[in-house]
Ligand binder design. Structure first.
Ligand code: GLU
Length: 306
């Protein structure tokens, strides 16, 4: 596969969609990102990386971090020996990522690890396992991406904390059901920090390589059992793109995780990991140009899982 040629064709296809949608503004620090940015990168399972456009420009990973926190929790506690799946479900929620409504009816157990409530439970578990959830994630991402300069964006973390009443409400509500192990202020702080990490398409495609390598890290050591990588990919496919996962499967047909910073990572198990970024979001919170690019990528290559 001539990845570079494919990416160039994909970028040309996505170009008219760039600037469509709205740059997220509910976290005010995200609003300053220019809407005309577009980048896409592919990292194959051997570590070769290809990219087009703004593929080396860092952006706020936001909810993409949820895929990594889940992997770190599963990697440290190995599925079956941990109660994480008693504390969070694996079904699409069909509600917005920050919704409170299901939690009450479902006794404080979030539907899946990729809505905010579920991600807070996962961060809480990572905090218990590591003693410093957000720093352990940052170290992991630096190692996997090979980029020692990755950092938190203090302005984004502060901005999110200042406007974080909804996330605080979710965390307190779950705590009232006994579904948090650590104090609410510490859980939300680590969650905001992990969301604030800045990475480029290149960094994310490389760092997410273990999902395409059936759980093997860049250095060949094992983060996850193959069955665990399979499960994370499955949850990404069914729950990774907000309440548009059905539409995303229909159009793209890959495990994917999006964030309100405009990034989306997508996995083709056994082949490669992709990351696309463009800040304009559709009404569900997914990058408009990013989704168009991934749609075109799987159409051109025939590499959707379907
Ligand atoms: N930090 C964001 C929030 O909790 C993440 C949102 C997202 O990317 O989905 O609101």
């Amino acid at each position: 596969m001539d990845y570079q040629a494919v990416l160039e064709e994909v970028a040309a296809h996505a170009r008219p969609f760039v600037r469509q949608g709205r740059v997220a503004d509910y976290i005010p620090a995200l609003e300053r990102v220019p809407a005309d940015r577009f980048g896409i990168a592919v990292a194959d399972i051997h570590g070769e990386v290809y990219g087009v456009g703004d593929w080396e420009v860092p952006f706020s990973v936001q909810s993409i971090s949820k895929a990594f926190s889940l992997a770190l929790v599963m990697g440290q506690s190995h599925d079956g020996h941990d109660d994480i799946w008693r504390r969070v479900g694996r079904e699409p929620s069909g509600t917005p990522f920050n919704s409170l409504v299901q939690l009450e009816a479902e006794d404080g157990i979030p539907r899946n690890p990729f809505i905010n409530a579920g991600a807070l439970v996962v961060t809480d578990r990572l905090q218990t396992l590591t003693g410093d959830a957000s720093t352990s994630m940052l170290h992991f991402l630096r190692e996997e991406s090979g980029n020692p300069d990755l950092a938190f964006d203090q302005a984004v973390a502060d901005s999110e904390a200042e406007h974080g009443d909804r996330n605080a409400a979710l965390a307190h509500f779950m705590a009232s059901f006994g579904n948090l192990e650590n104090p609410v202020p510490s859980v939300i702080e680590h969650y905001f920090w992990q969301c604030s990490i800045e990475m480029s398409c290149r960094d994310l495609a490389v760092a997410g390589g273990f999902l395409a390598r059936h759980g093997l890290r860049a250095d060949g050591s094992r983060l996850l059992e193959a069955r665990e990588a399979k499960r994370i990919n499955a949850v990404m496919l069914t729950c990774g793109t907000y309440d548009a996962a059905g539409e995303f499967a229909y159009r793209v047909g890959l495990p994917a995780k999006s964030g309100v910073g405009g990034g989306i990572i997508a996995v083709i198990p056994g082949r490669c990991t992709l990351c696309v970024w463009s800040p304009g979001l559709d009404a569900r919170g997914n990058s408009v140009a990013g989704a168009a690019a991934l749609d075109h990528f799987t159409t051109l290559t025939g590499w959707s899982v379907f």
